[in-house]
Design a protein around this ligand. Structure first.
Ligand code: BDR
Ligand code: CA
Length: 336
């Protein structure tokens, strides 16, 4: 097994916890973010791409950023949740600096396919938004499951309640048809759902400490965004409110790669309810028996599902990683 940093394509809808996750990945020496593919979700896709470019420029990194899906494959699109992430996805930043960086002209799906063909067996897809880019990449290149190293997604819930309906988590809810295609594609797949992300509450004070430590625009921006996001979670969830914080959802999709021993996984088939009352539910077959019913045949591939996490250790890893010396000078555009 190679000891080089793992090549990551980060598929994302930034989004405050997406921004946390991106900075975790940039800060971690074992991860090499070779592309950021954006999608609708927390914001419209154009804003997601703008945010991905902006966040990477603030951290002094030039990483290809693509624009992807603007709406679900089948269901009607919904208005982005500006009350959670802000209308700009980053907690309504009071101002933005002019930064360098242009979008890659390819679609997110095409970029994923191109990179997987260029680096067969090397790319890990970390997907933390609705899954239309991955589903479209599968349509473009049915051989994709054999080309990528593995896929980790933040989404779904097995035993935990949903966060947009009693059973549905937001990323799966936003494009259930795409999600079902991803769960049945047959690639090595790990699901990081609410069963674990709801165990890890990150206090706003942590992001204040990180910003204080670095004295850098990137971590100031993250701290501003987390303050907005924490205000939402703290007002809506009594447990989170007790420590004035938030769920780090997306960042756990990277922690499971860098510190897998902190998670307990269970293997089983996962399918997605695409419509009806249970729309967006991730249904996991947890017993090793054969079900003859349509949709549960033995040839449906397994997903590794994160069922438990060591929350305190996970928080410590996030803190230690974001405290590292990882940022470059921001890539600011010359204003003439
Ligand atoms: C997921 O939904 C989005 O709001 C977050 O960024 C995360 O990916 C949590 O349900
Ligand atoms: Ca997200």
């Amino acid at each position: 097994m190679s000891t080089l940093p793992r090549k990551i394509i980060f598929d994302t809808d930034p989004g405050v916890d997406d921004a946390m996750a991106l900075y975790y990945a940039l800060a971690h020496p074992d991860l090499d973010v070779v592309g950021i593919t954006t999608t609708f979700g927390n914001v419209y896709v154009e804003q997601a791409a703008t945010n991905a470019l902006y966040l990477s420029a603030l951290a002094g990194r030039q990483i290809p950023v693509t624009v992807g899906m603007s709406q679900p494959l089948v269901k009607k699109p919904e208005t982005p949740p500006d009350y959670i992430h802000g209308a700009d996805g980053l907690g309504n930043l009071p101002q933005r600096l002019a930064t360098q960086g242009e979008l890659d002209p390819r679609s997110s799906a095409q970029f994923i396919v191109d990179m997987a063909r260029q680096f067969p067996g090397e790319i890990t897809l970390v997907a933390v938004g609705p899954l239309g880019n991955l589903a479209t990449a599968l349509q473009l290149a049915p051989e994709l499951p054999k080309l990528v190293r593995e896929v980790v997604l933040m989404g779904g819930a097995v035993l935990e309640s949903g966060n947009v309906s009693p059973v549905a988590e937001a990323n799966i809810w936003n494009d259930p048809h795409a999600a079902d295609a991803v769960f049945t594609a047959g690639w090595p797949l790990t699901m990081v759902g609410l069963d674990v992300t709801h165990q890890v509450i990150l206090p706003l004070s942590l992001f204040r400490q990180i910003a204080e430590h670095h004295q850098h625009l990137a971590t100031d921006t993250l701290c501003h965004a987390v303050a907005f996001y924490s205000a939402f979670y703290s007002a809506h969830d009594a447990v989170v409110g007790q420590i004035n914080g938030c769920y780090g959802h997306d960042v756990l999709a990277f922690v499971v790669l860098t510190d897998p021993e902190l998670f307990t996984l269970q293997s089983g088939r996962v399918r997605v309810a695409v419509d009806g009352l249970a729309q967006g539910q991730t249904i996991m077959q947890r017993k090793a028996v054969s079900y003859p019913q349509h949709g549960w045949h033995d040839d449906i591939p397994h997903t590794q599902v994160c069922m438990r996490v060591q929350a305190e250790a996970c928080k410590a890893v996030i803190e230690a990683t974001l405290m590292r010396d990882w940022m470059e000078k921001p890539l600011l555009a010359l204003i003439l």
